[in-house]
Write a protein of this length. Structure first.
Length: 132
């Protein structure tokens, strides 16, 4: 049984939102979900923002760091997509801060990353950036 996750582009906006449920498994479900994220990223023709809602996801630090390495792999990682402007993480977990700090590091591609505690705040932030 697949853990629940959604990947969708906001209609008419350069924004992709992913949500991962409490039953999502960072090991078993990862290959399928990374493939879907990659496909969605590949379809983009203009610079876009990525909102990653992991507020319900069960995770531990070592799993997260392993997955970040896959997501930021210089050859195949979707997070290296040239049009990806910023990754906006949504979670209240302390792990969120560690993850955003890691994203900023050179070994993970010096990504633009930001943390919000709610999806509403994340979307508000992105809209404020788009309308500039």
């Amino acid at each position: 049984v697949m853990g629940s996750y959604q990947v969708a582009k906001l209609s008419g906006e350069p924004v992709i939102v992913s949500r991962f449920g409490a039953d999502y498994d960072l090991v078993a479900d990862f290959p399928e979900s990374i493939a879907q994220v990659s496909r969605t990223f590949q379809e983009q023709t203009e610079p876009f923002y990525y909102i990653l809602n992991i507020s319900e996801m069960k995770m531990n630090f070592s799993q997260v760091i392993m997955r970040l390495a896959d997501l930021t792999d210089p050859k195949s990682g979707p997070y290296r997509h040239p049009l990806l402007k910023e990754i906006i993480l949504v979670t209240e977990a302390e792990l969120g801060l560690l993850l955003v700090d890691a994203m900023h590091q050179e070994q993970y591609g010096s990504l633009q990353g930001r943390l919000f505690s709610s999806e509403e705040e994340a979307i508000e932030y992105v809209y404020s950036q788009i309308s500039v």
